[in-house]
Write a protein that binds this ligand. Structure first.
Ligand code: HEM
Length: 411
């Protein structure tokens, strides 16, 4: 049966389902050709999925698409939104959910901590961490690539940057993964206890740093709060939550999806192992090919917007399909091939415009060290289950699997 919303037929494909996430690319191709701005159901309402490369760039950079839904509605008219109790609202006070002038004010406060030069100083730490994780896996004789390697690398790094104690990290990850897997209003209701614990935990983290400042990002944010009108307490909570979540829920998918893609392409895997100079372009190609953040986060149309022959009505939800743009045949030659030395690779896996990923230098560094150490230490790594049995996470934004059992022989 066709679902309609205000007389417009919605696409039947459930874009959050594991089967869609496993391989969305043939469906994206069909939409790029036949329904380039396609109405789908997301968060329990109609949303418009933008699938062509140029339109995706427009959605990410044109000021008619806003992040804060209040900026897309008139005066008192309340925009549709998921209900959240006041206690967890600070989670929304972050740069990714803000338009200017708030966005630039918030971003400029942390921008310095993420410059490529400063991130490069983490190289040794990430190397040691990757080797420690492989040592542990070898000692145990078995490994789940997500649980034992792809997740701990970004998790430990961002936790250390913000001063989250080792004993708190697993709980923090549980709460944040509930947050990123909200796809419909009911999930939102069920997520409230986790969001509550997350905010409580962040307020405790801030309290501890207030009493005993440390040489880390959390103390730097608190200092910005104390220096006057730069940052409110809720904004510090929102910023810490965004950095901790975006800092690990994404990179885990680049490492996980990247390993899966390379295991499925043994010749390319061999090149990654033997041609270290290839790593830089290989990371960009794995970003493009696997698109670990499949859709950009939501935008709202500030006015009726005509795009690719379709009118997106004012104040409605819009998602830029980064994974579709990354496979757009009008921009990429042989988009369905994994070409590690692809030139001029203008993928949009890290977004574009003012919300372009703040952590891109960190994600690139973490994933290149992860691939290098993993394939150097475990050259005969293999999947322990068949690829059809991998479980793709149900999510709107992220694309990744929850577990990758692997086997290896130590030579
Ligand atoms: C492979 C890993 C990563 C991918 C694929 C990725 C992808 C993205 C994308 C697509 C956006 C833009 C979203 C939008 O416009 O709706 C974004 C924004 C952001 N990312 Fe990342 N990210 C990654 C790693 C990281 C890391 C390690 C951090 C570290 C803290 C981080 C922090 C952020 C922040 C703070 C924003 C918001 C920027 C703003 O609003 O100005 N990301 N990321």
């Amino acid at each position: 049966m066709t679902r309609t919303y205000k007389n417009i037929a919605l696409e039947q494909v459930n874009i959050t389902s594991p089967s869609f996430r496993a391989n969305p690319f043939p469906i994206f191709k069909d939409w790029r050709h036949n329904r380039p701005v396609v109405p789908v159901k997301a968060f329990g309402q109609r949303a418009w999925l933008v699938t062509r490369y140029d339109d995706v760039l427009t959605t990410l950079t044109d000021e008619r698409f806003v992040k804060n839904r209040r900026n897309a509605t008139d005066g008192n008219k309340k925009p549709p939104q998921m209900w959240l109790p006041g206690f967890v609202r600070p989670l929304e006070r972050n740069m990714l959910d803000s338009d200017n002038p708030d966005h630039d004010r918030l971003r400029s406060l942390v921008h310095q901590a993420f410059t490529p030069r400063l991130i490069a100083q983490l190289e040794n730490r990430i190397h040691c961490l990757a080797h420690e994780l492989i040592d542990k896996a070898i000692a145990k004789g078995e490994m789940d690539l997500i649980r034992d390697f792809a997740l701990p690398i970004p998790m430990v790094v961002i936790s250390e940057m913000l001063g989250v104690a080792e004993g708190d990290r697993d709980a923090f990850h549980r709460w944040s993964s509930v947050m990123v897997s909200v796809t419909k209003p009911m999930d939102g209701i069920f997520a409230i206890p986790s969001l509550y614990k997350l905010v409580k935990f962040l307020r405790r983290l801030l309290g501890e740093h207030r009493l005993k400042p440390q040489d880390n990002l959390t103390s730097a944010l608190l200092q910005a709060e104390e220096e006057g009108s730069k940052l409110s307490e809720d904004e510090v909570v929102g910023m810490a939550a965004l950095l901790l979540t975006a800092g690990h829920e994404t990179t885990v998918n680049l490492i996980g999806n990247g390993v899966l893609a390379l295991l499925a392409h043994p010749a390319e895997l061999e090149r990654v192992r033997t041609e270290p100079e290839l790593m830089k372009s290989a990371i960009e190609e794995l970003m493009r090919y696997t698109s670990p953040v499949l859709l950009a986060t939501e935008r709202y149309a500030r006015e009726d917007i005509m795009m690719a022959g379709t009118t997106i009505p004012k104040s409605e939800l819009v998602f830029a399909a980064l994974g579709s743009a990354n496979h757009d045949e009008s921009k990429f030659e042989n988009p369905e091939s994994l070409i590690l030395d692809r030139q001029n690779n203008k993928h949009v896996g890290f977004g574009s415009g003012m919300h372009y990923c703040l952590g891109a230098p960190l994600a690139r560094l973490e994933s290149s060290i992860a691939f290098q150490v993993l394939f150097e230490r475990l050259p005969n790594l293999k999947l322990a289950i068949s690829p059809e049995n991998l479980h793709w996470n149900s999510s709107l934004i992220m694309r990744g699997v929850s577990s990758i059992p692997v086997k290896f022989v130590v030579l």
